[in-house]
Design a protein. Structure first.
Length: 177
C-alpha cells in the first residue's frame, strides 16, 4: 500500500530577496539628491598612463558647494537608510503625529543648518524654501514606508510550497512491487 505524505514548507524565494534588496538600496537615491545640490557629478576615469583623473560634469546650477553637499549628504544618510525604513510610525485615522513631528524636526534642523552655514556652503538664500521643502519631501517619501509598519509587513511576506512524497512499496526496475 502506498502512502502519500504532504509536507508544507515555507520558503523565501530568491526573487523576493532581490526585490527587498532593491527597496532597501538608498545609495542611488541619495546620490541623485547630492548631484542636484552640486549641479552635476564627478566622473572618475583612468588616463593612458594609469593616473586617476576626476572631471566635473555640469548638469545644472549648483545650490551648495562640495562642503555643503557633503554635510547635507551626511544628514540625509541619518534618515534615509535601510535601518530607518524598518521602523514603525503607528497611525490613527491615517495620521501619525510621531511621523509629522519627526518630519517637522528634520525640516527645522535642516533649515537651521542652511542658515548657519550659508557662507561656508556658498548657499544662496533665494533657494532656501525650495531646497528645504525638496529635501524634506525626499525624506518624507522614503520614511512614509514606515507608516503602520507596512514596509516590515511586506518583508515578511512568504510563499508557501507543498511537496508530495510517496512512501512505501519496494522499487524495482519494473516499477513498484
Amino acid at each position: 500500500m502506498e502512502q502519500q505524505n504532504q509536507i508544507g514548507m515555507i520558503s523565501q524565494p530568491k526573487e523576493d530577496f532581490n526585490v527587498m534588496q532593491i527597496r532597501l538600496e538608498t545609495e542611488d537615491y541619495i546620490k541623485n539628491i547630492v548631484q542636484g545640490l552640486i549641479g552635476g557629478y564627478v566622473f572618475v576615469r583612468q588616463d593612458e598612463n594609469g593616473n586617476i583623473v576626476k572631471n566635473f560634469i555640469k548638469e545644472g546650477e549648483r545650490l551648495v558647494n562640495f562642503i555643503g553637499a557633503g554635510a547635507i549628504e551626511k544628514m540625509l544618510r541619518l534618515h534615509i537608510n535601510p535601518h530607518t525604513v524598518q521602523g514603525n510610525f503607528p497611525t490613527h485615522n491615517k495620521v501619525s503625529e510621531r511621523f509629522d513631528t519627526m518630519l517637522h524636526k528634520f525640516q527645522v534642523a535642516f533649515g537651521n543648518s542652511l542658515v548657519v552655514n550659508k557662507y561656508r556652503w556658498d548657499f544662496d538664500m533665494n533657494n532656501f524654501e525650495w531646497l528645504t521643502m525638496s529635501v524634506r519631501d525626499s525624506v518624507e517619501m522614503f520614511l512614509s514606508r514606515c507608516l503602520d509598519n507596512l514596509e516590515r509587513e511586506s518583508f515578511n511576506q512568504t510563499t508557501k510550497s507543498v511537496e508530495t512524497n510517496t512512501i512505501g512499496g519496494k522499487q524495482s526496475i519494473f516499477g513498484r512491487t
